[in-house]
Design a protein around this ligand. Structure first.
Ligand code: NAD
Length: 366
């Protein structure tokens, strides 16, 4: 009997069709989830990540589909409508966005805008009655994250952060090895994430008011997360320093930051973020073994070793797995494994790192 339920559940998730499992789970289904139909996602902001990753991933999802778009550029609306067969009634701009409240095709709003706009559009989406996925970093600071969480709670809508690596097999494997202490306690972590920025010198990523910060907010957040999800603990203090080799380009935001995190278990944890180095690794030493991912944080081609031997797990379409999982959470009215609170935890660390850069001292993470 158990096995039968398992199989049906898997089929349900895979096909998105009404199945025995849907009926079995019937009592748990959200009033807003239409069983048997894929949930509609509207992407807000049609830039590099929406166009390059999310829209293509939505061609591989079982529980949700690209139902709508929100853009400030009419020419983009026209191109996307033609490419993805989006009806005119499901296309909004930033001004008339709130009218999405009456659109039954849209169940989930996915905010893929510059960081300074995350709070506003997450709150407007929740008030319009939509469940929300918000891209990382969640907001300009922890205080804004708290407002976003409260607004979604008040509107009784689910909030999730675009933390795709929680749905990626290599990162899931290091979470398992670390949290379950397969090789004993992890007592040392070194991690870095960054790329050499050669883009537009006027891009929003380099403007503090729009980005909140530089490589730390954009890339370092993955290393902070990696440390947290392999240890399964929350850090309590941090000390950081920074360097700038191109101060004219990084006038307003950080280029390279190095930090040390203090965890309650006493593990020695160092991390770094950069817009001037191509880093992507998560290196762990436990009492009785070592495991490592490199590259650790990209969209694909991730690789890892366990005690020097290949990890041998597959790569997947991370964003498809992430969005399918959230759509399933909406159907079941259950919290995502990467809720707003998870974004807040990272932003508390980021805030403390910036405070440490200013004070030159250890700063508590509060
Ligand atoms: P982008 O610059 O390519 O796109 C930003 C979009 O926002 C554009 O369509 C732009 O027109 C629109 N926009 C609206 N108002 C704007 C304003 N005032 N200034 C600038 N742009 C404005 O950026 P992106 O790389 O797509 O990043 C968007 C979000 O997605 C960011 O939060 C970023 O951190 C996140 N992201 C996440 C991942 C991931 O792997 N999870 C990867 C890339 C980006």
């Amino acid at each position: 009997m158990k096995a039968a339920i398992k199989t049906s559940r898997r089929d349900f998730i895979k096909t998105g069709s009404v199945s025995a499992a849907a009926l079995l789970l019937g009592s748990k289904l959200s009033a807003f989830a239409a069983p048997g139909k894929k949930l509609g996602i509207a992407l807000v902001g049609l830039g590099g990540y929406s166009g390059g990753q999310l829209a293509p991933a939505l061609q591989h999802t079982a529980n949700c589909y690209l139902a709508g778009i929100v853009t400030g550029t009419p020419a983009k609306a026209k191109d996307w409508a033609a490419k993805y067969n989006i009806p005119a009634k499901n296309i909004y701009n930033y001004q008339n966005f709130d009218e999405i409240a009456t659109n039954k095709d849209i169940d989930i709003v996915y905010v893929v805008l510059p960081v300074s706009m995350h709070k506003e559009f997450t709150i407007r989406a929740a008030r319009a009655g939509k469940h929300v996925i918000c891209e990382k970093p969640m907001a300009l600071n922890a205080s804004d994250c708290r407002e976003m969480i409260a607004a979604c709670k008040k509107a009784n809508r689910l909030l999730s952060i675009g933390y795709r690596l929680h749905f990626e097999p290599h990162n899931q494997e290091v979470m398992r090895l670390g949290q379950k202490q397969v090789f004993g306690k992890v007592n040392q972590i070194d991690t870095g994430n960054g790329f050499t920025y050669n883009g537009d010198p006027n891009a929003w990523r380099l403007k503090k008011a729009l980005s909140g910060g530089g490589a730390l907010m954009d890339m370092g957040i993955y290393s902070i997360q990696g440390s947290r999800y392999t240890l399964g603990q929350e850090p309590i203090a941090v000390k950081a320093r920074q360097e700038k080799t191109r101060p004219e380009l990084f006038r307003e935001v950080d280029e390279t930051i190095y930090w040390e995190l203090k965890f309650p278990g006493g593990a020695k944890v160092t991390g770094k973020s950069s817009y001037n180095n191509n880093w992507s690794y998560l290196d762990l030493t436990a009492q009785k073994g070592k495991f490592k991912l490199e590259p650790a944080f990209g969209y694909g081609g991730l690789d890892g070793t366990v005690n020097g031997k290949p990890m041998n797990v597959p790569n997947n379409i991370q964003q498809a797995a992430q969005m399918d999982d959230f759509a399933n959470c909406v159907r079941l009215n259950k919290q995502s494994r990467v809720p707003g609170e998870e974004g807040l935890k990272d932003m508390k660390v980021v805030d403390a790192i910036y405070r440490s850069l200013a004070s030159g001292k250890w700063e508590n993470i509060v």
